[in-house]
Write a protein that binds this ligand. Structure first.
Ligand SMILES: [Zn+2]
Length: 372
């Protein structure tokens, strides 16, 4: 099979005109059969990886519901997100254990839909003062033993864990946890010095940069400044047009460069649904257009899927090649699957998305099979 005539995402050159060939589930240097998909006038990009979203289509990872997770995997695949690493909210340990077991069972059964490549534990090791839409009653001091129990329940699927580095025991937690999972600085009041220490201790990501943390100001650069000074770190960015002003999206790409920005959707269960009232981690959220808020007005996740976030980033002035890098390459690296997916090199999975001129999803190939 070959996809021909399109402009193809290339790691080194941005976009090039070439064929994308595959044989079965894997990309190949050329194609043996005659089957061709005509992508003239289209963009051909790798399937995206969303490393931070909670739910969609009425389902949420935190429900610990196998059918819900299945719904999420199928919806994301239909949007061109071929790998998912959904995020749990702040919940009690028992519930998080169920979430982890449900994810592990889903993966073991090899069910259809986007590939479940990880679980992201956004809670519970966060700061009460910056809890955002997390449930404050269920927050917990950073606890490496709890994380180990959760990792065991998830059968190794936990790939990211968030932590507020100013919480008691957080630095020891980061040292221990970062041996096995990606530690992300999140929901925090940390100043610059504390955040620098967190990155030195092994943290390598920031959860939704700018959201739920002090700002970046001239005498108090905070987590943002610390991440800038820690070049091994990546920063998540929600480019739904609600969480972050377009000028800040542009500034972030300029400051961090396109290799360090990880676009995330942070969607909750209302993504792909109509306006109304929904639950997020035990709290009621009202959804109107692109805005999801708690009763007090706190922004509570997004309803804009990752492909739409990528399209937004382009509409804000980010070059398409940089936006694709931030939605396909960098997130795959962040959860350790870039050796298999995230670019269109021969040998990788044939997870390929064809976008029309307006960046709408025209076709999705998943493991070599056209699913959209
Ligand atoms: Zn959050």
């Amino acid at each position: 099979m070959k996809i021909s005539g399109g402009k193809v995402f290339d790691l080194a050159k941005g976009f090039v005109e070439r064929d994308v060939c595959f044989d079965g589930a894997l990309l190949t240097p050329d194609s043996r059969d005659e089957k061709t998909y005509d992508a003239s006038g289209c963009w051909v990009i790798p399937g995206l990886t969303d490393v931070h979203f909670h739910g969609c289509r009425g389902a949420d990872l935190s429900d610990a519901d196998p059918e819900g997770l299945q719904t999420m995997a199928e919806y994301e695949l239909s949007r061109g997100v071929t790998q998912i690493c959904p995020a749990g909210m702040t919940l009690l340990e028992d519930r998080l254990m169920e979430v982890c077991r449900t994810a592990a069972a889903h993966r073991r059964k090899n069910r259809p839909g986007a590939d479940l490549v990880g679980v992201n534990l956004e809670g519970p090791f966060l700061s009460l003062a910056k809890k955002g839409a997390q449930n404050g009653d269920w927050l917990h001091a950073p606890d490496a033993a709890m994380l180990r129990r959760l990792m065991e329940a998830a059968e190794g699927l936990v790939k990211l864990v968030s932590v507020a580095p100013e919480e008691p025991g957080a630095l020891d937690f980061i040292r221990e946890a970062s041996e096995e999972v990606g530690v992300s600085v999140a929901h925090t009041t940390a100043d610059y010095d504390t955040a620098v220490e967190a990155f030195r201790a092994g943290a390598r990501q920031v959860t939704h940069l700018f959201n739920a943390m002090p700002g970046f100001t001239h005498r108090a650069p905070g987590v943002v400044g610390a991440a800038l000074d820690s070049p091994w770190s990546r920063v998540e960015l929600i480019s739904d047009g609600v969480h972050i002003h377009p000028a800040v999206v542009r500034a972030t790409f300029k400051m961090f460069g396109p290799d360090r920005v990880v676009l995330i959707s942070d969607t909750m269960r209302a993504a792909g649904m109509t306006d109304g009232k929904y639950d997020l981690g035990g709290q009621e959220v009202t959804v109107k257009g692109p805005l999801a808020t708690l009763a007090d007005g706190t922004i509570a996740g997004s309803v804009t899927d990752l492909m739409a976030c990528m399209r937004n980033a382009v509409s804000f002035g980010i070059p398409l090649a940089d936006a694709v890098r931030a939605a396909a390459v960098n997130p795959a690296q962040a959860v350790g699957v870039f050796d298999r997916v995230g670019s269109l090199e021969p040998g990788k999975r044939a997870n390929v998305v064809v976008l029309d001129r307006d960046l709408g999803v025209k076709a999705v190939f998943f493991k070599g099979r056209q699913v959209v």
